[in-house]
Design a protein around this ligand. Sequence first.
Ligand code: CAA
Length: 699
Amino acid sequence: MTDTTAINDCISIERTGDVALICIDNPPVNATGQAVRQGLQDAIERLSAEGSARAIAIYAAGRTFVAGADIREFGKPFVPPALPDVFNIIEASKIPVISVLHGTALGGGLELALSTHARIGIEGLKVGLPEILLGLLPGAGGTQRLPRLTGIPFALEMILSGRQVRADEALKAGIIDRLEAGDPREVALKAAQDVVAGSLKTRRTDQIATVPDDAALTETADKLRKTHAHLFSPHKCVEAVAASTKPLSEGLAIERAAFMECMDTPQRSGLIHAFFGERAVSNIPEAKGPAREIAHVGVIGGGTMGSGIATACLLAGLKVTLIEVKQDGLDRGIATISGNLDGAVKRGKLKAEKRDATQAMLTPSLDMQALADVDLVIEAVFEDMAVKKDIFGKLDTICKAGAILASNTSYLDVDEIAASTSRPQDVIGLHFFSPAHVMRLLEIVVADKTAPDVIASGFALAKKLGKVGVRAGVCDGFIGNRILAHYSKTASYLVLDGATPQQVDRALEGFGFAMGPHKVGDLAGLDIGWMTRKRKAANRDPNERYAGAVADRICEEGWFGRKTGRGYYVYEGRDISPNPAVETFIAEEREKAGISPRSFTDQEIVDRYMTAMIVEAARVVEDGTAKRPLDVDMVFLFGYGFPRHRGGPLHYADTIGAAALVDRIKAYAAEDATYWQVPALLEKMAVNGTSFADMNKEA
Ligand code: CAA
């Protein structure tokens, strides 16, 4: 006989024979929000009080087992019961409790499973403790119970990487006890009956002793101090895992205290903003209608960008036709793609046995007519409006009706490009970032006449390529490069006024950027900025202070950075040292401009640089180039190496506050009133006491 009781909206008990099943049903991912926590506690207590069930199996409805704590509750007032308490109640249950896991058992979901007395995985399962990716540590027993099952080294690696472990590995490591196929409820019923029959053994995790391993702990802690110096939670993870050799209650108390410390950090808030931002960027009301089918892509241009884009498409399983004007250009493109695919195999992004079949999806051609049947063309030739217009005019006559015509331009007017065709509704900007098969950002540039389903197709393509698509409006540089063009001047002004390029780099690396702006310039090629400065020379505001003086001098020597062995730095093998000639250029340029150098602290450098970034980012939001502050944040996290734990420039701006920023800009304006102007949006926010987070909520 079966009898079902709903404990609340998320939890129900099904009693069948001498076993009971607890079902968790909290779409979309069964996160352990308050109702789930309360419901689980009530269900166990009720079944314990009844005393009739001889085994209890917990499983979940829907696409996945529990994907963790409900992240949306973080930072809000806490409503009990707390997860660790619920899990202690489960673990202490006199009636054996087992769990059946399908889909992904992550964070609090895996911790729930670890508190049960046996775990059955359903094929395809992945388990993980991804809290570190949110600036946290597993705070509901994960740092205590996992090492008891797997040993300290495995637990450390799993917790510190946040990676998802596949079912077969989880079985081998002792995280799950059995791997089965089938429907979660059926498997749960059978497993509970097996417990009663004695054919599935159960044991309490707290009664297993962690095997001590001080060497692994010390080695990991030492390594983290070097590699993750500016992050908070990884160090706390090690401290908590170290406590797993103590009795469980003591270890749990240490874990809890460390978890609460992590919860209070701005790093946690930045990383959670990044988590939701990554998902929210594709929520664009103007992207309507079913996306157009894209199976075959044409790429025009076999340079670094075109080859990277072609590689990204091939890796996503799309057919690619690559067009170049001359055979040697085409050969270079094919060779680059081939090298990129080899690299993807090495990085584990492509299975070795699939490599050749992937390359076979590429058709090189010197004839644009080969694009007649493609679903999407991405033009990636050099940045010249006349050339682009000519190409789009040809595409208009060659491509089939409904094909999407995209330009990978990084700053040109997509409206003007669209106007060179008779089908501007099919034209869009798809701005990839180099290397295009690696970098995750894709700016989806919406022109005046771009059709809603073409916009939807841009986002669908981003998803297919594993990229983060961000909607941008048409303007010089779109979201990212436009903001970059503004704030990168600050780095140059700081150097002219007294800092060294190395100090600027070091200060910003201290803030969390992987590389300071001068190292990035050397890596990207100083000639790119030089060309841009020349292009813009005629239209430069005569009142604006010229920022390119030192960089121009370097480029005039034929030094374009890494690729020429010299730029701001000298590159010899693995050695990098400051380029002594640059010091002379700086001194000469200061003298020419009548500047007596002064000193800056690292904090002053960070403040000026970040404020300049925020200023232009605010303008980009104000004029609608970005629809929401979070779009700017995601552009910087996924395309510009902005430190993820800072959440993005506008999330970071909120940590300073609009009023303080306005004061800062006004103070800088006393030195240079042309460059430092308060954006109207920031002024308004300062007056109203609002934040960029408020704007994200309203959008
Ligand atoms: N809390 C709240 N909402 C969540 C969530 C969570 N833990 N995990 C996912 N969601 C939401 C997403 O925001 C998304 O919502 P919208 O549809 O409104 O955008 C929805 O669930 C579906 O998520 P995805 O789009 O990411 O779906 P997916 O199928 O691609 O991936 C997933 C599913 C693998 C579970 C992925 O969502 C994921 O990795 N989630 C986060 C898991 C995590 O970090 N868990 C640890 C939480 S912290 C913790 O547990 C602390 C502790 O120790 C107690």
